[in-house]
Every structure is written in C-alpha cells, then in structure tokens.
Design a protein around this ligand. Sequence first.
Ligand code: EPS
Length: 386
Amino acid sequence: MIRYFTSGESHGQALVGIVEGIPAGLSLSSEYINRHLQRRQQGYGRGGRMRIETDRVEILSGVRFGKTLGSPIALMVRNKDWANWTEKMSVEGSGKNIDKIILPRPGHADYIGTLKYGFDDIRNVIDRASARETAMRVACCSVARKFLEEVGIFIGSHVLSIGSAELKDRKIIDVKIQKLLSANAWSVASEADKSEVRMLESSLEEKAISSIKACKKKGDTLGGIFEVIISGVPIGLGSYVHFDRKLDGQLAQAVMCIQAIKGVEIGDGFENAKRFGSQVHDEILSKNGKVIRPTNRAGGLEGGVTNGENIIIRGAMKPISTLANPLRTVNIVTKKTEQSRYERSDVCAVPAAAVVGESVVAPVIANAFLEKFGGDSIKEIKKRVK
Ligand code: EPS
C-alpha cells in the first residue's frame, strides 16, 4: 500500500517527502512531477511568493535509470525564499533577537496552534500550517498519479465557482466536459489549465477575474468550488462491508484535509439532497446486452464502491484567512482586542487547490486499485489486471 509523508516549513530550507509502496518498474522523471508542481503555482489571484518560487523536485532515492525500484522514494523541493529567512527560521541558535508574532489571524491555525503546542510565537504555527506544504503533497501524490496513468486511470479538474461567480446552469460546461472525457479526465485538466482561473467557460472566467480584482482592492479574499474527475476507474474498488473501506469516505478525507477546504461532495451530493429519490438515482439499463447508466449523479460510487462511471468529487474552499484589511483579534500577550496583522498571501487560490485536489485523490485510488490487483512490479500488476 502507498503511504507518504511530508515535512518542511513554508520559509525553511526545503519541503521533503517520502513515498512508500510504489511498485517497481514505473517510469518516473522529475519533469513529470515538475509539470504538476508548476500547475499548482498558477492562478489569477496568487500572491508574491509564487513570483519568488519556481518549484522543482529533486528525486533523491528510489528511482534508478528512470524506473522506480519498489523502495521508498525521497523527494525534495527547495524553498528559494529561504535565502530571505535564514535567521528567522534558523534550525540552530536561540532566536532571542527575532520579533515574535503575537496577533493571530482569525480562520488560520495561528491561535489554536499556539494554545495546542504551547508556543509564544505564532511563526511556529504559520510556517507549517501554510498551504506551501501542498507543494510537497502534489510532488508525492504525482508519483501515485503516474502509476494510475500506467493502468489507464486519469485525473482532471476545473474550477466551478469563485466567490459569487458561478454558472446558473451547468449544462454549457457539461457538454464541454463530456466531449473532453471522450479522451480521458486529463483532457479536462489540460483544457482548464488554459484559463487563468482554471474555468471552462469564458464568461464565467471574466466574472471570476473581475471579482478577484475588486476583492484585492478591498484587501479581502475569495474562496470557491473545484471539481475533480477521475476516469478509467474499474468497477469494484472500495467496499461497502466496513465503514473505513468505503472509497467515498476515503476520498472525502483526502480532499477535506487540503488547507482551507471546508466542504466536500461526491457526485451531486448537496443538490441531490433537495430532490426526490426518483430524480436522483442513476437507473441501470441494458443496451445490446451491456449494462449502461444514463446518468451519473452518484459520482461513480454506490455503497462506497466504484461502479465504473467517472468519479466526481468537489471541494469547497473558504476564502484565505490572511486579509490585507484584517479582522479583529486578540493579542496573545496583552489579551487585548486589536486588528490582526497582514502576512503576504494569495487573494484567491482556488485554481491551485483544484490541482492539489487532483493530486490527493491519486494515492487513495491507487491503494484501492492495489488492494484489488496487488503486485510488486508494474509488469506483475498489468498481468493481473488482464
Ligand atoms: C503558498 C505559499 C505561501 C502563501 C500561500 C500559499 O507563501 P508565503 O506565506 O511565503 O507567501 O503564498 O499560503 C497561504 C495562503 C496560507 O494560508 O498559508 C504556496 O506555496 O502555495
């Protein structure tokens, strides 16, 4: 089974990760991972940090002559910004000349993090809770994603809404998506990548960009909703027999634990709750002796098990909690109410979160796939799938 760990502070030397459980014989290059790292850095509304960084992975172990060895794969992404933080984020020394951060930003992990770990400097929390960590998550998960592509499973995403910029009727993009999906879900992603906000409809894109512009002027931030689609998934991954084997639950957990994600739905989860059962469930029909599903409101999962349709999972991102025009907070030293502080941040990072969403579902699907088909090497797995 695939496991991965990430380590690293936002302004530390580097982000590092270890991916364990990847079968042997998978073609893997740093270019492949870099492509996804670069996609995560895009999006209208990103802050100054993305102009500093050009995230590039260094594969340190677990790969020889372009193929995985079946051993743990160690990855590193250096933080270019570290050069500006060597004293403030030093591993050694006492830090006694460094100013402490004492004004927690509402909505961030700042306040609760200092209480939990007994810190007197919020910097200790900020640097690990930061969404910078998702760069290494994307790197680690891209390895699992490469494995999935090898067995015909592709992942894509697009942004459905940013703030109040949303489609009244999804039909226009659904036609586009169906067309793109006749190749695979990656074609949805590469089409979305052409848009600065990763949206598939140009009038929606314009609306989203102008609301981000207006929001920036006000010193505010915006969230939104992204959709991840997974194609080529075989029937029967996951199980209904026990709660922790339900694949929908595992996918929801993977998406929910991305920074700033506060809501997850599978298929038409929330809309279905407003409809009659007869308007919700995807009928099972027979066409030329083959079972077909005319609709996919279930998002590819019934009973926590894949039903052969595309998996659809959406994530709702709250507006980033670092505001240029800050909210009130309590000074952790004086305990008095003050304006919170501003720390360089993004105005909107929904397009990036969509790429992170694509990434984090990969190890979940890969594990369900390996549970069913097993195998230590790509060759062995392909034989078993056949
Ligand atoms: C991010 C890096 C961070 C932020 C942002 C995302 O870098 P810095 O704090 O140096 O600007 O730009 O993080 C947050 C929005 C957050 O809440 O922490 C990145 O690499 O994606």
